[in-house]
Design a protein around this ligand. Structure first.
Ligand code: 6GU
Length: 230
């Protein structure tokens, strides 16, 4: 899989993708990641990428020319899907991460900043507008890092143990969030690990985990059980 991120804050997008599991997947070549400064495709000598909104209103709008030039160059005549990170997009969920990760191929991710991106970019270049949730960030590069992290960890061999992504919260066919987990020591400041987890009895452990999953989902995510989010 090949992923290019276009942003005016490349360091912001790159830092979270340079460490740990995703950093290793990139280093091992499981994904060919490029993070690019949009200003490199600016058309004037001041490397300007934004301008005032037509029709008035607060904030600045990102100019179309740098996006068109950059996407043309990064695409290089090949096939690429173009995603725009924007709070006006479709809400990102694990099923979408699975879809993008399984599709592989070449992804070009555009990061919105300021008030928005000139809509001609959306109409002519963008295949999918994606939001990472119902809140507003100052910086689309933060959202791009979240999006790419979620995709890359699902690539074959990215996680040490494939079961990690098969049994976790939001896994395919999994309607509940995960049960609590514990490690050594068995007692810490008077708080003990549930006895069943030390029992070695796999049937009882499975049953205990399922009960805790239902309990935790009801408390934290009733929307997953068909209710409203608390
Ligand atoms: Cl993709 N960008 C920004 N700026 N804010 C967001 C977002 C994206 N998704 C949720 N909030």
């Amino acid at each position: 899989m090949k992923i290019d991120i276009l942003t005016i804050f490349p360091k912001v997008a790159l830092a979270p993708l340079s460490e740990s599991i995703v950093g290793r997947a990139v280093a091992e070549g499981k994904v060919d990641l490029g993070v690019h400064d949009l200003r490199d495709w600016a058309v004037d000598k001041h490397r300007r990428v934004d301008d005032e909104p037509y029709g008035g209103g607060p904030g600045m709008v990102m100019k179309p020319e740098p996006f068109f030039a950059a996407v043309r160059e990064l695409r290089g005549g090949g096939d690429a899907k173009v995603v725009l990170m924007t709070p006006q997009g479709r809400r990102f969920e694990q099923a979408m991460a699975r879809g993008y990760s399984a599709a592989g191929g070449h992804l070009i991710i555009l990061c919105g900043h300021y008030e928005g991106v000139d809509h001609r970019v959306v109409e002519a270049l963008v295949d999918d507008e994606v939001s990472i949730g119902d809140y507003v960030l100052t910086n689309g590069a933060v959202a791009a890092a979240v999006f790419v992290d979620a995709l890359v960890r699902l690539l074959p061999g990215a996680l040490g143990d494939e079961r990690s992504s098969e049994e976790e919260s939001f896994a395919e066919g999994e309607a509940l969030i995960e049960a609590p987990c514990y490690t050594r020591p068995p007692e810490f400041e008077g708080m003990v690990v549930p006895e069943v987890l030390l029992s070695g009895h796999h049937g009882r452990i499975r049953e205990w985990r399922h009960e805790r999953s239902v309990e935790r989902t009801r408390a934290n995510r009733p929307d997953l059980l068909g209710g409203q989010r608390g």
